[in-house]
Write a protein that binds this ligand. Structure first.
Ligand code: SF4
Ligand code: SF4
Length: 104
């Protein structure tokens, strides 16, 4: 499934986090968004897709989930090497809450 949404790094300035919103109570909802690779964090090559212009994104499976997500645990299998955008995606941000509202 092609998802045109992008996982973007925007700090949450307007909406405070709530204690009920945590990654541990989530199903990695944000890991269905497109993740552009804008710096080298050591993501293994087999998890990288490249378009004809050379832009790199995290490879996604047909159902939209990131290929680096462990589907049993719903945890990132390359956490130490995850892309910069994944590091910056903020729990409790507007984007986080939108993804959770759609999937949980
Ligand atoms: S950042 Fe938000 S959407 Fe992503 S795993 Fe954590 S709670 Fe879920
Ligand atoms: S690299 Fe890890 S944190 Fe980033 S979208 Fe994929 S599974 Fe989620």
């Amino acid at each position: 499934m092609l998802d045109t949404n992008h996982k973007i790094a925007i700090k949450n300035l307007n909406q405070p986090s709530t204690s009920s919103v945590t990654c541990t109570s989530c199903q990695a909802c944000c890991c269905r968004l497109e993740v552009m690779l804008i710096s080298d964090t050591g993501v293994p090559q087999h998890y990288i897709s490249q378009d004809k212009w050379g832009s790199e994104t995290m490879r996604r499976l047909n159902d939209g989930w990131c290929a680096a997500l462990d589907r049993e645990t719903m945890l990132c299998t390359i956490y130490e090497h995850r892309p910069w955008i994944c590091r910056e995606f903020e729990m409790g941000s507007v984007e986080c809450l939108e993804e959770r509202a759609e999937l949980l």
